[in-house]
Write a protein that binds this ligand. Structure first.
Ligand code: NAD
Length: 342
C-alpha cells in the first residue's frame, strides 16, 4: 500500500487544522473521501483536501478508504471507530479515544483481532519542539527533572458546538477533553504516577456543564511533581501553550506561541554545561501532520503507535481517578497507571 487512501469524518473545527496538516504530507496519503452530517461541510473539506467523494453518511465510505481520521463529537467516537475496524479500515481517532473504559477496551480488542492500526490523535506528543525536549532530557546532560508544569490557556466558548458543553457527551469537562493531551504527555515524560489531585470549576466558562478551568497536581516516582493548568476561559494570555521543566542543572521552557525551546542555567560556575541555548521550531499551528505521519508509518510497518489505544487509555484512567477523588474530597491513588503497565 504505497499511498494510503484516507477518509476524514467530522468536518468541523478540528478538521480544518487537519486539512492544513494533510496538505503538507500529500506524498504519503491522499484524502479520498470526506463526511459530515452537514453536507456543505463535507463538500467544503472534500474540495479543500482534494477528495473526489463526499457523503453525509460515513458508512458509504467503505470501498473509498484504507484508513479514516475521525474528528466527531466524543459520544460518537466508539460507534464510528467500531464500524470501520469491523470493516477492515485503520482508524486514527481524535482524542479522547472514547468516553468510557469499556468502549476504549472494546475498540483496542477489535483492532488487535483485525490486525489493524488504531491510534489516538495526541499531536503534542509528536511536535518537534516537544520531541526535542524529551530527547534532551533523556540524554541526562541537562540534569534530573524534579518538576514539570504545563499551562494551556485558551478562550473556547462551546456555544457554537453545544455537544461539548454537555458533560455526558464530552465525557467530562475541560480536563477530560483537553487536559487528556497533557496527562498523556506527563506520563510519557515522568514515568510512574503515584498520586494526584484535581480541582475544576466552570467560573468564567458558564457555558460548561462541568469544569472549564482545571488545575491538576500529580506526584511521580522519585519525588518528581507535575502541574497542569488548563482553561477555556482565557480572555487574554501571554502563555497560550507553555511547557516548563525544572532540573537540578537548569530550566527548559517550550512555548508553542513563539516556537522557541530554551534551556537556561543560572548556576554560574557551579554548572559546567551551557548557560543558555535556544532551539527554534517556528510553527504555532496544531502541527497535526507529525501525528498523521506516525499513523501512516505504523500502518506500513505493522507497528504499535506511540499513542496506541491502550497507551491513551492509561491517561484517561488517571483522569477518571482524579475526578472520582475530587468528588470524594480525597487524594487519588494513581499507582500502576504508567505507560509501562499498558
Ligand atoms: N487535537 C486537538 O487539538 C483538538 C482540538 C479540538 C478538537 N479536537 C477533537 O476533534 C473532535 C471534533 O471536535 P471539533 O472541535 O472539531 O467539533 P465540531 O463540533 O466543530 O465538529 C464535529 C463535526 O462532526 C459533525 N458530525 C456530528 N455528527 C456526525 C455524524 N454522525 N456523522 C458525520 N459527521 C457528524 C458535525 O456536523 C461537525 O461538523 C473531538 O474529538 C475533539 O476533542 C481535537
Amino acid at each position: 500500500m504505497d499511498q494510503i487512501r484516507l477518509g476524514v469524518i467530522g468536518c468541523g473545527g478540528m478538521m480544518k487544522s487537519h486539512v492544513r496538516g494533510l496538505s503538507i504530507i500529500r506524498d504519503r496519503c491522499i484524502v479520498s473521501a470526506a463526511c459530515d452530517i452537514e453536507e456543505e461541510r463535507a463538500k467544503e473539506v472534500a474540495e479543500a483536501a482534494g477528495a473526489a467523494y463526499y457523503s453525509t453518511d460515513y458508512k458509504t465510505m467503505l470501498g473509498h478508504v484504507d484508513a479514516v481520521l475521525v474528528a466527531l463529537p466524543h459520544q460518537l467516537h466508539f460507534e464510528c471507530g467500531m464500524f470501520f475496524l469491523q470493516n477492515g479500515v485503520h482508524v486514527l481517532m481524535e482524542k479522547p479515544l472514547c468516553n468510557t473504559e469499556a468502549e476504549c477496551i472494546a475498540l483496542a480488542e477489535e483492532a488487535e483481532k483485525q490486525k489493524l492500526t488504531l491510534m489516538c490523535a495526541y499531536p503534542v506528543r509528536y511536535w518537534p519542539g516537544i520531541v526535542k525536549l524529551k530527547e534532551l532530557l533523556d540524554t541526562g546532560d541537562y540534569g534530573e527533572i524534579f518538576q514539570m508544569s504545563i499551562w494551556t490557556e485558551q478562550y473556547t466558548d462551546v456555544s457554537t458546538f453545544p455537544w461539548a458543553a454537555s458533560a455526558k457527551n464530552l465525557g467530562g469537562g475541560q480536563l477530560f477533553s483537553h487536559g487528556c493531551h497533557y496527562i498523556d504527555l506527563l506520563l510519557w515524560f515522568l514515568g510512574e504516577p503515584i498520586s494526584g489531585v484535581h480541582f475544576g470549576t466552570n467560573k468564567g466558562t458558564p457555558w460548561m456543564e462541568k469544569e472549564g478551568n482545571s488545575n491538576v497536581v500529580l506526584t511521580f516516582e522519585n519525588n518528581v511533581m507535575a502541574y497542569h493548568f488548563g482553561t477555556w476561559g482565557a480572555r487574554g494570555t501571554t502563555h497560550s501553550y507553555d511547557f516548563q521543566v525544572f532540573t537540578d542543572k537548569g530550566y527548559f521552557e517550550y512555548s508553542r506561541a513563539n516556537g522557541k525551546l530554551i534551556f537556561k542555567s543560572d548556576l554560574g560556575p557551579a554548572h559546567d554545561g551551557p548557560k543558555e541555548i535556544t532551539w527554534e521550531f517556528a510553527d504555532d499551528s496544531k502541527q497535526t501532520q507529525y501525528e498523521t505521519l506516525h499513523f501512516l508509518d505504523c500502518i506500513r510497518d505493522h507497528a504499535e503507535p506511540m499513542t496506541s489505544a491502550r497507551a491513551s487509555l492509561q491517561g484517561l484512567r488517571v483522569i477518571w481517578k482524579l475526578y472520582e477523588a475530587e468528588e470524594q474530597g480525597k487524594i487519588a491513588d494513581l499507582r500502576g497507571l504508567g505507560l509501562k503497565n499498558i
